[in-house]
Design a protein around this ligand. Structure first.
Ligand code: MTE
Ligand code: MO
Length: 374
């Protein structure tokens, strides 16, 4: 059993898959804190968790056709320590709702395949600059993990070189998560954090970085984590025709109450809480909530945001809450939420027209139905 050495996990997590291990926290707990506690942060592994001894750890840096340099952990830690607060979200977050439109392939994530943490490590741009890379001679920076599939091929992904080398993009090789060394599940001892970009590019247990003219050849870059038309089927899909997902679109979710809950009405109102986030460093500027199919939209209070973030570098999620007035006589209500980002991108209304066969980019309005106790 290749998974026999996997670490133990917090029992509060809802398990979506055992081997490889994939799990998410219950939604109400997710919005209890701005920084997601490490042991409750969702886990998305594609392969067995590698067991890495710090003293054996190496990071190989290759500039295709030119140089190769090997760092041990101490050599990396000599670079200036840099911290950012950023959400990481799986491209399949909220897939279970899209799956109601039509059959699709992928793990059935609820709204919890996202977490927000303070990551600390070294800036990728500092390391690349030291190597004297000519940004114009290359196009991509590829990452490989220590985790291997049965054929010995590692997990891999890549990002555009402009992103990797831009100090304002804040791409880091993180060794700390919320002030603690990374746990084994989250990439010990080192992982890539590409803020504002789909989780899949945030390579854990990073072992190799290659500056290249080409994207990562990995299955997860080439044959997965791409979007398609609702009409694309497994019979006619051509993965080479869609670009790999990088920056994520605007999204929000209601986390408390949850769908099918019964809620006590107090003074004619109920409290609704959730998160919102957008990719590319775009700030959440508004969250709108309705419980009468859009006849009235209530503007949520944005309770927690990274108030120190600079323009274009809002990597954290935003937590929000709103007091919704409900009809005196109703025994149930349907609630919808949608977020707006700083580019005035708004979530699409429904899943029907953004459906894709892999169940990615599931950012339609979040809709829940709850019972009311008056
Ligand atoms: N990196 C490696 N080496 N192996 C993986 O399976 N999964 C990716 C990414 N990095 C993965 C990886 C995916 S799809 C996601 S969503 C995030 O890690 C999940 O990060 P987390 O488990 O720390 O929440
Ligand atoms: Mo993911």
């Amino acid at each position: 059993d290749a998974y026999a050495n996997d670490p133990s996990r917090h029992k509060t997590l809802t398990i979506n898959n055992q081997k490889p291990f994939c799990a998410e926290p219950p939604p109400p707990i997710l919005v209890d804190s701005f920084l997601t506690p490490n042991e409750l942060f969702y886990i998305r592994n594609h392969l067995p968790v590698p067991e890495i001894d710090l003293k054996d750890y190496t990071l190989e840096l290759t500039i295709e056709g030119e140089t190769k340099k090997v760092f041990d952990f101490d050599a990396l830690k000599k670079y200036k320590k840099y911290a950012i607060t950023a959400a990481v979200m799986c491209g399949g977050n909220r897939r279970s709702e899209m799956a109601k439109v039509k059959k699709l392939r992928g793990l059935s994530w609820n709204v919890g395949a996202v977490g927000n943490a303070k990551w600390a490590g070294v800036r990728l741009c500092d390391i690349l600059r030291d190597l004297g890379i000519n940004e114009n001679a290359f196009s991509h920076v590829q990452f490989e993990g220590y985790d291997l599939d049965p054929s010995g091929t590692p997990y891999g992904a890549s990002i555009p070189i402009a992103k990797a080398m831009d100090p304002r993009a804040d791409v880091i090789l993180a060794y700390e998560m919320n002030g603690q060394p990374l746990s084994r599940d989250h990439g010990f001892p080192l992982r890539v954090i590409v803020p504002g970009v789909v989780g899949a590019r945030n390579v854990k247990w990073v072992n190799k970085i290659t500056v290249s003219k080409e994207e990562s050849p990995s299955q997860w870059q080439q044959g997965d984590y791409k979007g398609f038309s609702p009409s694309t089927t497994w019979d006619n899909v051509d993965f080479s025709k869609s670009p790999a997902i990088q920056e994520m679109p605007v999204i929000s979710a209601i986390c408390s109450p949850q769908d099918a809950d019964t809620v006590e009405v107090k003074n004619g109102k109920i409290e609704v809480k959730g998160y919102a986030w957008s990719g590319g460093g775009r700030k959440i500027i508004r969250v709108d909530v309705t419980n009468n199919q859009g006849a009235n939209w209530h503007t949520a209070n944005l309770s927690e945001q990274d108030f120190q973030a600079k323009e274009g570098r809002y990597w954290s999620w935003t937590l929000w809450n709103v007091e919704l007035p409900v009809d005196k006589n109703s025994k149930e209500t349907e609630i919808w939420a949608k977020a707006v980002d700083s580019a005035y991108n708004v979530q699409p209304e429904s899943f029907a027209n953004i459906y894709n066969l892999r169940g990615l980019l599931c950012n339609a309005y979040h809709r829940i139905k709850i019972g009311l106790k008056q």
